[in-house]
Every structure is written in structure tokens, then in C-alpha cells.
Design a protein around this ligand. Structure first.
Ligand SMILES: [Fe+2]
Ligand SMILES: [Fe+2]
Length: 494
């Protein structure tokens, strides 16, 4: 009696995480288990693989033999999968006729062996009537997050399907798809044996490896070619690792290259000095292959993101230059505005982050003039009301051009849109009033007007500094500009 009760109780509990038809774990439980496996593998620096197994032409089979037979076949395949994996692995019904298998402490090659066995067994059992397509992805080779692993396994499964079914496919690495160039790693060590060892570890992971026998040689290589990451020894004759790191991090053009310092285990002193010199990460000697791979992958990914941002900015700068080319009279305006605004922000004690945004905003604040006809931009006299209306659109056009980059631009986007607002509500495009106008937009407004007044315009000659500052003071007194900002500018330029 107790026994029956216990069985019922057990069944009741299990039903929450198992699939009633196949007896495998259900999708919800699979997700939780994958997250756990990911965390565990990350902590222990061990690999794991995920395989997605799909029954080929399952709907046709259902149509031919009916759903009861289809269900029986699903159960059969589920049983086969369960019998083919180890106790520590996990099999789940991922969706309809797709199964997921998480293979603990298993790399892609080992997973391939297991999955091939399952695929062949399914074919043999059914005399070739039932075939399986299987996609494999592994951590950390293919992705560094649970979601990433799933999507890579799905890609591999899709690949197996479109290349003829009844096969096992790997997630394609970047090299195999030929989409990306190899990343270049510079290894710096005075000990030739260590250089060889690191090279031997990195080459199979498909990195381009460059070697340097000392600090000076490393710096010379970095000055000549693009490097994606540096593995740096600490103690070297001549220039040591700390000094190499300090120099690279102190140079605008090399400071974003990730540096991993190779230290002896537990050398706390070396680590502290390394952090002071600007090292991004550490790895202990002798390096563990997986630890090395994970660190390198992470750091190179961050660097690629930074590269994308840098190229994004150069696109915006080219646009700003294109505007200047259209508008002969404002040549140099945006660069001067940016410089003056930065100096003013520093004087006002604003944060580093704000200053960065203002610097960028200064350069691109008039980007919307790309949408204003040249005859209006260069008209050698005052604009009529229609022309003025068209000219004023540049704020809104600039905002629209840059809107997709909202996250990257931050407050710079607001400045582009509102640098012609006046505190009394008489500005454009939105007629914002008082506090509604952000600090960044107020600063840009003051600096923008100042630069316009002291340079030649199509309709008038440049004013003297004194005259320009007087006008700014008047505008502040009328409640149009922020008087604190105007006073700070006056103090700065005088
Ligand atoms: Fe403007
Ligand atoms: Fe401007």
C-alpha cells in the first residue's frame, strides 16, 4: 500500500519536469539544466556540448502510419537516446519531434562520436525508414552563453537538414564560414620554450600567432601591425611586462588592445602591479587550454565591439565633414564648437562621461544640414521665412539620422535635436522652455552661437570676440540662454 502511494507521489513530482509521452525531461527543465550546466562548466573551465536531434520527415511518417504509430516511434527514439548517453548527461524533448541532449564535460569531437552512434542505430533499427538530423554546438568553442549555444546548435541542425538530412553537423566556426578574418595574437616572452608552448596551444584554435622575444620587440610589432590581443610575460630582460603594458595603455591608438599577463600561480604582487599597469586579465603558468581559450574569446569579443563603435564614429565624422563641404562658410565650425564645448565643460567641472558626449555632439550637431539645399546654406543674404523654415529642419533631420544609434550616442542625440532651443521657448524644433532644455543642449547652444558670431557668414563678416560676448550676455539677460554658461564662457575666452 505504502509502495503504491510512494510511486504515485513520485509520479506526481516527476510530472512537473518530465514529458509524459517520452519520459524524457521537458523543455522547461531542459532550460534550467542548461543554465546550470553552463554555470558549472564556466566555473570549472570544462567544456560541454549540446546536441539537437530532429527526426527527418516526421510529419510524413505520421500521415502514413497515423498518430498512434508516430507517438510510438517518438518514444522509441527517446529510449534509444537515453540508452546511448551517460548517467551524467541529460536528454529532453525540446519540441514536437526535436530532442535535446546536454553532454557534460564533452567537447564537440566527443559529442560527434556519441551522436553518430545514435544516428546509425536509429537507421539500423528501422531498416533505414527513420533517419535523424543532428546539430552540435559546444561551450566554449562556439558560444559563451546558454542562448548562444542553443542558437549555434540550431544553426548546425539547420545545416544538417539542408545538406541532405540523415547526418550530424557541427556549428560552423567563423573560419569555416570564411566570414571573419583570423584574430591576431601577439605572444611576448623571453623564453623561447614558452613562446613555442603558447603557439602550440593557440594555433589549433585558429588564431594567427606572432611572437616577440622581449618588450621592445613587442612595441615595435604593435606599431607596425594590427594586433587583437597580447599575451605578455612579466619578467623579461630589458623592458619588463609592466612597462610594455603601461606604454600601450598610455597610447590612444593602442590602449584598447586587450593585454593578458602570464604570471606564476599565486603571485599576488605581480597581479597587483599588473592591475596598476592596466592589464585586462591574468593567466597562470602553465596555461590551461580551456581557461586560455575562454579568456581570449571574451576579451577579443569586447575589442571587436569597441572596434565597431570606433568605425561607427568615423562614419558619423565623415557625414559631418560632408556637411562642411556643402556649406563653404562654416568650414571648421563643428570641430571648433566641439573643442570649445569640451574646454567649457572642463571649466564647469562636468563628468568625464558628459565631456565625451559633448565632444562627439559638437562634431555631429549640424549633421542634419545634409538635408538642407546648398543654395539655402550658402545664401549671401538673410533667409526668407520659407528658407528659414527649411534651414531649421536640420535639427530634426540630424536627430532622425542618428536615432538608430540612440544607445551609443546617449545625451549627444538630445543635443543634436535641441541645440537651437531657447530657454524662453522661442527656439526650435520643439519650443522647449527652461528646465526642459537639457544642460548639454544649453551648453551647445551657447558655444554654437559664439562660434557663428566670431566667424564669417554668407550674409555678414565675423564679429570681434568682445561684440560676440556682448550679444551672448544680452541673450542671457532676455532669458534665452543660460546665464551661468554664458558667464563661464566669457571667463574662459577672456
Ligand atoms: Fe545647428
Ligand atoms: Fe552649428
Amino acid at each position: 500500500m505504502y509502495r503504491q502511494l510512494m510511486e504515485e507521489y513520485e509520479h506526481e513530482i516527476n510530472s512537473h519536469f518530465t514529458d509524459s509521452l517520452t519520459g524524457l525531461f521537458n523543455h522547461g527543465f531542459f532550460q534550467t539544466a542548461l543554465d546550470l550546466e553552463f554555470k558549472r562548466s564556466k566555473r570549472h573551465m570544462t567544456p560541454f556540448a549540446l546536441a539537437l536531434i530532429d527526426i527527418d520527415l516526421f510529419s510524413t511518417y505520421n500521415r502514413l502510419y497515423g498518430h498512434v504509430e508516430g507517438d510510438r516511434m517518438l518514444k522509441d527514439i527517446a529510449g534509444l537516446i537515453k540508452d546511448s548517453i551517460r548517467e551524467m548527461d541529460l536528454a529532453a524533448r525540446y519540441s514536437g519531434d526535436v530532442f535535446a541532449v546536454v553532454l557534460t564535460r564533452t567537447d564537440a569531437d566527443q559529442a560527434l562520436t556519441t551522436m553518430e552512434r545514435i544516428r546509425q542505430a536509429a537507421g539500423e533499427r528501422s531498416n533505414g525508414e527513420i533517419t535523424l538530423s543532428i546539430g552540435i554546438a559546444s561551450y566554449p568553442r562556439d558560444a559563451l552563453s546558454p542562448e548562444g549555444i542553443i542558437s549555434k546548435a540550431q544553426e548546425a541542425l539547420f545545416q544538417a537538414k539542408i545538406s541532405g538530412k540523415n547526418r550530424v553537423d557541427f556549428s560552423k566556426t567563423e573560419k569555416e564560414t570564411g566570414e571573419e578574418q583570423k584574430h591576431r595574437i601577439l605572444v611576448v616572452d623571453d623564453e623561447p620554450r614558452n613562446l613555442k608552448l603558447l603557439e602550440a596551444l593557440l594555433l589549433p584554435l585558429d588564431y594567427d600567432v606572432i611572437k616577440a622575444g622581449g618588450g621592445e620587440e613587442a612595441l615595435s610589432i604593435v606599431s607596425r601591425m594590427e594586433v587583437d590581443l597580447i599575451l605578455l610575460d612579466v619578467m623579461m630582460p630589458g623592458m619588463n611586462g609592466y612597462e610594455v603594458c603601461r606604454r600601450l595603455k598610455g597610447n590612444e591608438s593602442t590602449r584598447l588592445i586587450p593585454i593578458v599577463m602570464v604570471t606564476a600561480l599565486n603571485d599576488m604582487d605581480a597581479k597587483i602591479r599588473g592591475i596598476e599597469a592596466g592589464v585586462d586579465d591574468f593567466i597562470t603558468k602553465p596555461p590551461n587550454k580551456l581557461e586560455l581559450l575562454t579568456r581570449i574569446k571574451n576579451l577579443i569579443r569586447v575589442k571587436s565591439l569597441n572596434n565597431n563603435l570606433t568605425s561607427l564614429k568615423s562614419v558619423l565624422f565623415s557625414l559631418a565633414n560632408a556637411v562642411e563641404a556643402k556649406d563653404a562658410y562654416t568650414r571648421g565650425h563643428v570641430w571648433r564648437v566641439s573643442e570649445t564645448a569640451v574646454a567649457l565643460c572642463k571649466k564647469m567641472g562636468l563628468s568625464e562621461k558628459t565631456i565625451k558626449a559633448i565632444k562627439l555632439a559638437g562634431i555631429i550637431h549640424d549633421i542634419g544640414k545634409i538635408g538642407v539645399p546648398e543654395n539655402i546654406l550658402n545664401k549671401p543674404g538673410p533667409l526668407d521665412p520659407v528658407e528659414r523654415e527649411i534651414m531649421q529642419r536640420h535639427a530634426q533631420i540630424g536627430y532622425k539620422i542618428c536615432l538608430p544609434l540612440k544607445k551609443t550616442l546617449g545625451i549627444a542625440l538630445d543635443i543634436i535635436r535641441h541645440h537651437h532651443e531657447k530657454l524662453d521657448g522661442s527656439g526650435f524644433p520643439n519650443g522647449l522652455k527652461g528646465e526642459e532644455v537639457s544642460l548639454g543642449a544649453r551648453i551647445m547652444a551657447v558655444v554654437d552661437i559664439y562660434d557663428a558670431l566670431v566667424s564669417d557668414r554668407p550674409y555678414r563678416k565675423a564679429m570681434t570676440k568682445q561684440k560676440a560676448l556682448e550679444i551672448l550676455r544680452e541673450e542671457a539677460a532676455e532669458g534665452k540662454l543660460d546665464s551661468r554658461i554664458v558667464e563661464a564662457l566669457i571667463e574662459m575666452v577672456q
